[in-house]
Design a protein around this ligand. Structure first.
Ligand SMILES: [Zn+2]
Ligand SMILES: [Zn+2]
Length: 301
């Protein structure tokens, strides 16, 4: 049970798509959901969207006409499970004055403009980006640089090991922080010291736990990790809670719940991210924690 009502000044996280590679569908995939990667991050009222997998369509429907006039979408990289929902993001259709800004850090400083224009073009999709009512702006950077936005918001970034590269993000607000670490393949030895420093003392780390340790040897080099490696990184870095993410579409609810029970023996605050689940982190007041994070216990709202 939640003992406090989430406040508008919290650092809030909501999962709109938790799958990796492709969607899952069917009665055995209800609890953890079927959409691919998309996470809503709210620093107070300030919205960031991380990745534009199919979950972004549901987020867009929820935002509806109340969507901000400027929307920032931070992309980990451009594999289809991270951009495939963008053509169905309704806020792009609802306002001629809206600006949607994308950020991409794994293309040697190039933006996502050219690849997204390929996605938004016949015969792949009938409508071009430039034909949409909203205006798109694309920013390229190099993973590792710190992003500073025109409202003063700052987001830290980190390069991740993945085919073609990927970008991890760290959001901070009210003395709290959340890291998004997907897609990546763990290194040998592990944990990687630079990544450990990047996520150190985060209140929540969202981590690519696509494969089990038993599956991983057959999937080496595919650019993904395991929940075991997520727990090792979290514990080495003093991360307070861990959300396993980028779920393998072949893993059904029963197998994921079994894995979750195993990981909670090693790290009680670890959990597997459920589609539409929210986590709300109260600001740290006067150096004291206003409330301990209850990530594993917070139900979807
Ligand atoms: Zn992916
Ligand atoms: Zn990928």
């Amino acid at each position: 049970m939640v003992s406090r009502v989430p406040s508008s000044d919290d650092l809030r996280i909501r999962f709109w798509g938790t799958r990796g590679s492709t969607c899952a569908s069917g009665p055995q995939f209800v609890e953890f959901g079927g959409h691919t990667a998309c996470v809503e991050i709210r620093c107070g009222e300030r919205l960031f969207i991380v990745d534009a997998g199919t979950g972004i369509a549901a987020l867009g429907a929820e935002l509806g006409p109340s969507a901000p006039e400027t929307i920032d979408i931070l992309l980990s990289h451009l594999h289809l499970d991270h951009i495939g929902g963008l053509p169905f993001f309704k806020p792009a259709l609802l306002s001629k004055t809206r600006v949607i800004r994308t950020y991409c850090g794994n293309l040697d400083g190039d933006s996502a403009m050219a690849p997204l224009e390929r996605l938004f073009s016949p015969p792949l999709f009938p409508v071009r980006l430039g034909q949409l009512p909203a205006r798109f702006e694309h920013t390229g950077f190099r993973a590792g640089e710190t992003l500073t936005f025109d409202d003063g918001s700052v987001v830290q970034t980190h390069s991740l090991s993945h085919p073609g590269g990927a970008t991890g993000y760290r959001f901070s607000h009210g003395g709290r922080s959340v890291c998004y670490i997907s897609d990546l393949e763990h290194s040998e030895p592990w944990p990687d010291p630079d990544l450990t420093a990047f996520v150190r003392n985060a209140d929540l780390m969202i981590y690519d736990g696509m494969f089990s340790e038993a599956e991983y040897p057959n999937c080496r080099g595919w650019g993904h990790s395991t929940w075991h490696k997520g727990v090792e990184l979290a514990q080495a870095a003093g991360v307070k809670a861990l959300a396993i993410f980028h779920l393998y579409p072949g893993h059904d609810d029963a197998s994921i719940k079994a894995a979750e029970a195993e990981m909670q023996i090693l790290m009680p605050t670890a959990f597997v991210a459920r589609e539409r689940q929210s986590v709300s982190l109260a600001p740290v007041l006067g150096g004291a924690i206003a409330e301990r994070p209850k990530a594993a216990k917070v139900p979807a709202v």
